[in-house]
Design a protein around this ligand. Structure first.
Ligand code: AP5
Length: 219
């Protein structure tokens, strides 16, 4: 199964990607997590990506496409992967489709996580992440058992550099201008499945499960 999670910043793509990956034994490939690892490692990709990420704008298509196709090449062919945060432009989607076709693969479904902008800032400002295992929490909605400590691996939780309110505004604007056109793009290909991302995490998870079970029944 090869899935794409699409949606604005803070819609819960990473949270649900982790749950889908665990439930279906898929590999989660998060473009944001991969880029942040490159930044921390001080690699050439990380150095080139950093200023875009700090401002809340998109890393150039050629860089991220190369990084993500390399990520796809590293994961086992079966049972598949869930792409979280990629593609984010029509050019990236076209490059992904061509790259997958060259590898004898294709996308099975695109889950579109939709929610109003107003709730997004609250979610993002409350987010805490584990830089070790990438588990995601929220001080308001999904708190860890101990304050600022990861339930999974015990590492300290941190706040992302780009989760400041002024950067979030730019990230939202970037999403509407450059990524939202992918909704029509994938609708036109018959791959889009809409998910109400404003519901509680367990409700969103159940909706996703129903969609994926339906795909399994068809495929
Ligand atoms: P990236 O890391 O991908 O950030 P994003 O898309 O802005 O998405 P987020 O990680 O902010 O949100 P999410 O939807 O995963 O939500 P989460 O599950 O964490 O990208 C960062 C930067 O990298 C970009 O700005 C860009 O510069 C660059 N980049 C990345 N990919 C790129 C690409 N393809 N092309 C070019 N540049 C790229 O949830 C958010 C919070 O809400 C958490 O605290 C969570 O606990 C909580 N929460 C989750 N679900 C719920 C719920 N149902 N109810 C209540 N709270 C919830």
């Amino acid at each position: 199964m090869h899935l794409i999670l699409l949606g604005p910043p803070g819609a819960g793509k990473g949270t649900q990607a982790q749950r889908i990956a665990a439930a279906r034994r898929l590999v989660q490939l998060s473009s944001g997590d991969i880029l942040r690892s490159e930044v921390r490692a001080g690699s050439e990709v990380g150095r080139r990506a950093r200023s875009f990420m700090d401002q809340g704008t998109l890393v150039p298509d050629a860089i991220i496409t190369e990084v993500m196709l390399a990520g796809i090449d590293r994961v086992p062919r079966e049972p598949g992967f869930v792409l979280d945060g990629f593609p984010r432009t029509v050019a990236q989607a076209e490059a992904l489709e061509a790259g997958l076709a060259a590898r004898g693969m294709r996308i099975d479904a695109v889950l579109n996580f939709d929610m109003p902008d107003g709730d997004i800032v609250r979610r993002i400002v409350g987010r805490r992440t584990c830089s070790n295992c990438h588990a995601t929490y929220n001080v308001e909605f999904l708190p860890p058992r101990s304050t600022d400590v990861c339930d999974v691996c015990g590492q300290r939780l941190t706040q992302r550099d780009d989760d400041r309110e002024e950067v979030v505004v730019t990230r939202l604007r970037t999403y509407r201008a450059q990524t939202a056109p992918l909704v029509n793009y994938y609708q036109g290909k018959g791959l889009l499945r809409n998910v109400d991302a404003s519901a509680a995490p367990e409700t969103v998870e159940a909706a996703v499960r129903r969609i994926l079970d339906g795909l399994g029944a068809v495929g």
